[in-house]
Each structure stands twice: as structure tokens, then as C-alpha cells.
Write a protein that binds this ligand. Structure first.
Ligand code: SAH
Length: 398
């Protein structure tokens, strides 16, 4: 076992950490250089060496590690992790009981008490995602705890951290039996093809579940839908099943075409009747404007940061302009679904982007509904940036 390291907290950060903030940020610590080995247990103390909290050292771009307990005598053994997992699993009871939805988040990092780890459920299979070498250090305890608590077909993992500066692609299979991929899971009765054995992304982002259902049930009928940054086309599938007259999915990545066709196919939708375009979204906006194409619904779900051949996009700097491009090709009384997973700003600032974009476009709008993370993506009030998702349904008014 690594030895425990005492970390002195700067006075400016004491109150925040004392009142439940779980992230150990670099700026908050005086003796950062005492951290050597990821996975070490760290003890946060004030200038007088009084105990504040304990956790582990694990480097992520957000910070140096996470607080796991405010009890000095607790040890981070298998029982500790088992208790955390048990509580999280119990909180998802209603999800386990649903036959309409068989994919959901079982454990959501700091929201469930262990920053740096998420666990997702996909129709009998579990996927653990490790966000640092530090949390991966505890893998045996955590995997064993999971094995003892749930029935499963198989367990897979993703390591979302660099080892010696390189992402090591290795076999992600952990325990149980190997799956047959694609694995077909259900979300509110809709099928998704999932791959637990390929790259970092499995085929669907579970945090948009409520947004997809809303598009299908309340907005899509009889509408033309443009889905930008569409990835595997999950929003398009729900729109098509909700009765959209046509969906058009646009994504830069080559793989998005076959991935989107597959998601249509597993739902018995003829992909030939839908538009799938592999192109830079910003080029497509120009094309649509020139051809005077307009849509009843435009979905915007860009990454927080992306670089393509011609453009760099940062949600914080460029979302307002992205909205202006969308406004220009949305029909009057049409809907823009503006989504972002950028944790650098909150809902209030996101709404100022929306307001400014409409003002600069000389148009009016009405906010119809808003979404943040769904219930299975548990967050805590002490760490508001953990509730990163912001989705706003905006009606464009003439
Ligand atoms: N909306 C998707 C998730 C989007 S993930 C869903 O609901 O599943 C972000 C996607 O944006 C990636 O698939 C990436 O290939 C794509 N992307 C990034 N920059 C782009 C650009 N300039 N034009 C088109 N697609 C882009």
C-alpha cells in the first residue's frame, strides 16, 4: 500500500473543502510536490495540521484527486467501496425494474461518493470507466465489490487516462462472459446497438435519455429535423420514431454514417429514407443557407471543444455563433434544441448566449423546456460543475 500523504490546504480554499467540495484542485494545495504516486491516500489538513478530509491522488485535467471521506479513521478497503456501490445500486432500483429501459448509469463519480469512477449498465453487462491511474489503483476492491453486489453477464472497463502519455488500447473485458456485439439495449422502448469492446465511446450517451424521449413524444411529429454533431444519430432515431417526416444527421466523423445506419436498422427504420451527411457542420450551415433549406427542428449538440480542418469550436466562445447559424435555417415557429456538456459555464450563462444570438439575429424566441442530467446521473449540490448537461428547447417566433 502507498503511504499516506498530508496535503496542506491554502486558507482561501478551506471553507469550500470543509463544506463538502469533493475535488482536490491543484490551486488549493500548498505542497503539491509531495504527491508522487497516483493511488496514494491523501489527508487534507489546515495550517495547524487539523484534519479536514481524506481521499486519493489521481490526476485528471480537472484536478489532483477526490475526497472520499470526512472521517479520519475510515480506511479505503473493499468494505468502503462496497458500501458506496451498494447505496448507488439501491438508488437505481426503479431503473433495474424497467423493461423499457435497459441502459443507465449505476454509479456517477463524485455524485455517488467516488470521483473518477463511473459504472454504466447495459442489458446485463456492466461498464466501469476509470478516469485516472489513481482510481484504477483501487480496481480490485471495486470490481470485487461489484461482483458481490449484482448479478451480471459480464463486466467491461475503459481506462480514460494516459499511461506514459499514450492511451493504451487493450482488451477491455474484465469478468463474466464476453458479450456479442453489438449488444442491443433498450431506452424507452427504442433499441440501441452498443459496443463495449471498441474505443472510448460505446454508441450512445445515456445522459440525453430524457431529451430524446421529449423529442419523440412532444416535438417530432410531422416535422423536418436537422441533427447536427449527430455521432450515431440517437436523436434522429427518436425523431423518426416520433413521426418526423425526415431527419438529416450531420457529423464530421466517417464512422458516423455506418453507425447511424445501424441505429436506424435495429429500429426497423429504412435508413435510405433519412439523410446522413458526413461533413463539417459549419460547411453544412453555409450550404443550407445557400440552398435556402429550412428545418422545423434543429438539434445542436457539439462537443465542448473541437478542432476540424477549417474551424476550431469552443462552446464557451462560439456557442452564440453556432446558435445564430441554426436560427438562420430554422422555420418560424420551429424549435432549436440547444445542448451543451461544457462544465465551464452554467445554465444562466448558457441562456445569455441564447438571448444574445436571437437579439443579434433580430428574432424573438420562447424557451419551452429545459433539461439537466437525468436522475441516474446523480450529482451533489456541493459540486455544481458535476451537473454539466444543459439542454434548452427554444421556439423561434416570427
Ligand atoms: N449528439 C450526439 C453526440 C455528439 S458527440 C448524440 O446524441 O449521440 C460530438 C460529435 O461531434 C462527434 O461525433 C464528432 O465527430 C462531431 N463533430 C465534432 N466537430 C464537428 C464538426 N465541426 N462538424 C461535424 N461534426 C463534428
Amino acid at each position: 500500500m502507498n503511504k499516506e500523504v498530508s496535503l496542506k490546504v491554502k486558507s482561501k480554499f478551506l471553507n469550500k473543502l470543509k463544506s463538502g467540495y469533493p475535488l482536490i484542485s491543484k490551486e488549493a494545495i500548498i505542497n503539491v510536490n509531495d504527491l508522487v504516486k497516483e493511488g496514494s491516500i491523501v489527508k487534507l489538513v489546515d495550517e495547524r495540521n487539523s484534519f479536514i478530509a481524506k481521499g486519493y491522488y489521481g490526476k485528471q485535467n480537472k484536478g489532483l484527486g477526490w475526497v472520499l471521506s470526512r472521517n479520519e479513521s475510515v480506511s479505503f478497503d473493499q468494505r468502503f467501496f462496497e458500501n458506496k456501490l451498494k447505496e448507488a445500486i439501491k438508488a437505481r432500483e426503479s431503473f433495474y425494474q424497467s423493461s423499457e429501459t435497459t441502459a443507465f448509469r449505476v454509479f456517477n463519480g463524485e455524485g455517488d461518493g467516488i470521483g473518477g469512477l463511473t459504472i454504466d449498465y447495459f442489458a446485463g453487462y456492466y461498464l466501469l470507466t476509470w478516469y485516472s491511474k489513481g482510481i484504477y489503483h483501487f480496481r480490485d476492491y471495486i470490481i470485487q465489490a461489484l461482483e458481490e453486489l449484482v448479478e451480471f453477464k459480464g463486466i467491461y472497463q475503459k481506462k480514460r487516462f494516459d499511461e506514459k502519455g499514450q492511451y493504451i488500447e487493450e482488451d477491455d473485458f474484465v469478468a463474466g462472459e464476453r458479450g456479442q456485439f453489438p449488444l442491443i439495449v433498450k431506452e424507452n422502448g427504442v433499441n440501441f446497438a452498443i459496443y463495449l469492446n471498441e474505443s472510448a465511446m460505446v454508441g450512445v450517451f445515456l445522459d440525453q435519455r430524457d431529451v430524446r424521449r421529449t423529442i419523440r413524444d412532444a416535438y417530432a411529429k410531422g416535422k423536418t429535423v436537422l441533427n447536427t454533431f449527430s455521432y450515431t444519430g440517437a436523436f434522429s432515431v427518436f425523431a423518426a420514431l416520433g413521426g418526423a417526416t425526415k431527419t438529416t444527421s450531420v457529423d464530421l466523423a466517417n464512422r458516423s454514417r455506418s453507425k447511424t445506419m445501424e441505429q436506424f436498422r435495429v429500429n426497423e427504420i429504412d435508413a435510405e429514407t433519412q439523410g446522413i451527411i458526413v461533413e463539417d457542420v459549419f460547411n453544412y450551415f453555409k450550404y443550407a443557407l445557400k440552398k435556402q433549406l429550412k428545418f422545423d427542428m434543429v438539434i445542436l449538440d457539439p462537443p465542448s471543444f473541437a478542432r476540424s480542418k477549417k474551424f476550431t469550436f469552443s462552446a464557451e466562445k462560439d456557442y452564440k455563433n453556432l446558435l445564430k447559424e441554426a436560427i438562420a435555417i430554422t422555420e418560424d415557429n420551429g424549435t432549436i434544441v440547444a445542448s451543451t456538456n461544457c462544465s465551464a459555464f452554467g445554465m444562466d450563462r448558457f441562456k445569455t448566449f441564447i438571448d444574445t444570438a436571437f437579439k443579434e439575429s433580430g428574432g424573438r424566441y420562447k424557451i419551452m423546456e429545459e433539461f439537466s442530467l437525468p436522475a441516474d446521473f446523480k450529482t451533489i449540490k456541493e459540486f455544481p460543475e458535476g451537473n454539466y448537461l444543459k439542454v434548452v428547447f427554444i421556439k423561434k417566433i416570427k
